[in-house]
Design a protein around this ligand. Sequence first.
Ligand SMILES: O=C(O)c1ccc[n+]([C@@H]2O[C@H](COP(=O)([O-])O)[C@@H](O)[C@H]2O)c1
Ligand SMILES: Cc1cc2nc[nH]c2cc1C
Length: 338
Amino acid sequence: MTHSFSTLSEFRALLAAAPGADADAMAGAAARNGQLTKPPGALGRLEDLAIWFAGWQGTDRPRCERPQVLVFAGNHGVVAQGVSAFPAEVTVQMVANFRAGGAAINQLSRAFGAEMAVHALELERPTKDFTTGPAMTEAEVVAALRTGWEAVNPAADVLVTGEMGIGNTTPAAALAAALFGGDPSGWVGRGTGVDDAGLARKADAVTRGLALHAGALGDPLEVLRCLGGRELAAMAGAIARARVERVPVVLDGFICTASAAVLERAVPGALDHCVAGHVSAEGGHSRLLAALGKAPLLDLGLRLGEGSGAALALGIVKGALACHSGMATFAEAGVSGA
Ligand SMILES: O=C(O)c1ccc[n+]([C@@H]2O[C@H](COP(=O)([O-])O)[C@@H](O)[C@H]2O)c1
Ligand SMILES: Cc1cc2nc[nH]c2cc1C
């Protein structure tokens, strides 16, 4: 039976009680890594990645055979401020495209053998424009967190969370600015491709949102409620559930990382089970990853969202775990050591 929650403080308590990585499994994996037929360290970061996966999966032979990709979609009242290059109806149109199998994330999920599901969160009822009031009520943000929480398959061996939501780079920038401080202009980026005037409108919207919700900035879950969005909350809920179930997570781009950052600020260590799949081209993502102390696996200039960069990084994960769990040791192969 899964623990669930009906308030933000119950959600926080579940997250705070989550177990850590399995230190014995990590020690076993590190010992195995030292015996594999390669010069020590020759597989670089793949070796660290395999040992890290071992800790979260609780085995010295971690695997990436049942990846789960979850895509959450939401709409945003803040689009009224002229912050996206695309119209809001693209969110629901892209959900139809995901369901028909026509989006980039469908192809990448298939390419890496991931089970993929899309969850649309009340698209006909956008969040409130955060420059005029809190984006969500507590009941709304809890419902969105629960959508994410309940979507996770605890039997998956790795989770990718992605999103679709026209306008959502603005709430993501607002979360980053609220959680880590600094000038909003350093957190906003071009998103789907806004021009300089659009970029200035984004910085202005974030500045006004931070001022309006100044009283909420001390509580990261209140920051999520006031400045976030439903798909951002759903990703946070899924990442939190994965932490409780000890399912390792590959983070996607700027919006995914901003949602995750809420958890880390609410409960330090909450993202210990997350690796950064890639660094997106969105201004602010590299800075956000640096603030979280996460080094991305890939840097390919992607800025799509949907979980695409993280799904692509499953290829790196699969390679790392195949080597770690499948290679022969020096003794098994009869290869002489150094
Ligand atoms: O993942 C990223 O870093 C990323 C960067 C820029 C844009 N996006 C995607 O583009 C949409 C948000 O862009 P915008 O301009 O409407 O705020 C949303 O659907 C995201 O999935 C995603
Ligand atoms: C077409 C399109 C596809 C997307 N996928 C994620 N965000 C997106 C934004 C747009 C505009």
